[in-house]
Design a protein around this ligand. Structure first.
Ligand code: ZN
Length: 146
């Protein structure tokens, strides 16, 4: 396992005799010469990945003698690490790391609108909306009707 691949793993299934014996969330890793040690905590009952696989047959059935196998688990999709969309090259389980969404928007305002938020807003209003939203629209938008 490479350090890059280790950094993207969120869950580890520990398999013995073809059956999943433990399910853990990976919180980090450490490098020991040519080996990588995953670090993490066992998942508690009620976690969808643990509940789907603990006691189940090994989901990796590739016939390989390698003791480490990889597969995509449908239950892990919501937790997968992916690159932050701001371009910082860090990984997150969301679209952006905290505060990086603002960083990404500010970079675009600097790059395309001379650093002027007003020019950006005027461009959005001119190109994406027939009528500019008002403060009343913004206040009304989050309300849910029952
Ligand atoms: Zn980022």
């Amino acid at each position: 396992m490479s350090a890059d691949k280790a950094a993207r793993q969120r869950f580890a299934l520990i398999v013995g005799e073809g059956v999943v014996r433990a399910v853990a969330q990976v919180t980090g890793f450490s490098v020991h010469d040519d080996r990588i040690a995953l670090e993490g905590e066992p998942l508690a009952a009620g976690h969808p990945v643990r509940d789907a696989y603990l006691g189940a047959l090994d989901p990796v059935t590739n016939g390989s003698q390698n003791p480490v196998g990889y597969c995509d688990l449908p239950e892990e999709a919501a937790y997968l690490m992916r690159p932050c969309h701001c371009g910082c090259a860090q990984n997150t389980d969301r679209d952006f790391l905290p505060g990086h969404d603002v960083r990404a928007m500010q970079a675009r305002v600097r790059a395309h609108f001379d650093g002027s938020p007003l020019k950006f807003i005027q461009w959005v209003d001119a190109n994406l909306a027939l009528t500019p939203p008002t403060a009343a629209d913004s206040a009304a938008a989050p309300q849910l009707r029952s």
